[in-house]
Design a protein around this ligand. Structure first.
Ligand SMILES: Nc1ncnc2c1ncn2[C@@H]1O[C@H](COP(=O)(O)OP(=O)(O)OP(=O)(O)O)[C@@H](O)[C@H]1O
Ligand SMILES: [Mg+2]
Length: 236
């Protein structure tokens, strides 16, 4: 059962097609990686899903039939679609706990907030840092905090843009473990990354984007063996 369906999506900037009739479907319970060279359209795909960028044509449909292209950013977030940005965007002057409470969002039931924050602290391993200012965290901890802010809303679609960029090997391994714990039967996770070992560790399937189109879809082992994928991306 698909939790997120992207159907013939095109995003155009001037004369440039950043996404060109792109289709992909992420199953409930799946972790899908989207990989591909710089400028392939990966972040643009997340911008379209989250309502930041209006597509020229196509549909983006949740499992319950909601077409996200007909809704704005706030309604899409309320529908349970949450994103971690490519550049960590936590509130540096607020504590870890306060950031998580913002992640819970305005739609967060007041009675549920404390439990959700506690769960996000436990899942991200940031319990001991709950009272620290987010600005004082190490880069890896900031990335985990932003994932925690996504989690606090109990999303059904999680979008992660380069969650291990700039992390050490140990922090990357920790992030892979964290993502494995985010999997739920009713949740789709879409992760963009350039770190292929990380992608292999976390993803069920990969979609290789190239010039706004799908070049390959399948397992990471098959992607590594695919001549076109090697030519445009992995062989570089
Ligand atoms: N708002 C915009 N206006 C014009 N062009 C844009 C805009 N946003 C993105 N682009 C262009 O669309 C293409 C795809 O960009 P995108 O950020 O989606 O790439 P990406 O696959 O995420 O790359 P990276 O791996 O470097 O993050 C690039 O050529 C980019 O310059
Ligand atoms: Mg990008």
């Amino acid at each position: 059962m698909s939790a997120l369906v992207v159907d013939s999506l095109s995003v155009v900037f001037g004369a440039f097609r950043a996404l060109d009739d792109l289709s992909l479907a992420v199953d409930a319970g799946e972790v899908r990686a989207v990989i591909g060279p710089n400028g392939a359209g990966k972040t643009t795909l997340l911008d379209a899903i989250t309502g930041i960028t209006r597509p020229r044509s196509g549909r983006i449909v949740l499992g319950d039939g909601l077409d996200l292209t007909q809704h704005g950013e706030a309604a899409i977030a309320r529908a349970g679609v949450r994103r971690k940005f490519q550049k960590p965007s936590v509130f540096p002057a607020l504590t870890v706990r306060e950031n998580l409470s913002l992640g819970c969002g305005p739609g967060c039931p007041p009675g549920a907030q404390a439990d959700r924050i506690a769960a996000a602290l436990a899942e991200t391993g940031l319990e001991a840092r709950a009272g620290a200012l987010a600005g004082a965290l190490a880069h890896g901890e900031k990335q985990w905090l932003e994932i925690g802010m996504v989690l606090a809303s109990e999303p059904r679609v999680i979008l992660l843009d380069e969650p291990v960029a700039g992390l050490s090997d140990a922090e990357t391994a920790r992030t892979a473990e964290l993502i494995a714990t985010l999997r739920r039967p009713d949740r789709a996770i879409l992760v963009i990354e350039h770190d292929m070992a990380f992608v292999e560790a976390v993803a069920d399937r990969v979609t290789v984007l190239h010039e706004g189109r799908t070049l390959f879809e399948g397992g990471m082992a098959a992607a590594r063996a695919d001549a076109r994928v090697i030519e445009v991306f992995l062989g570089r």
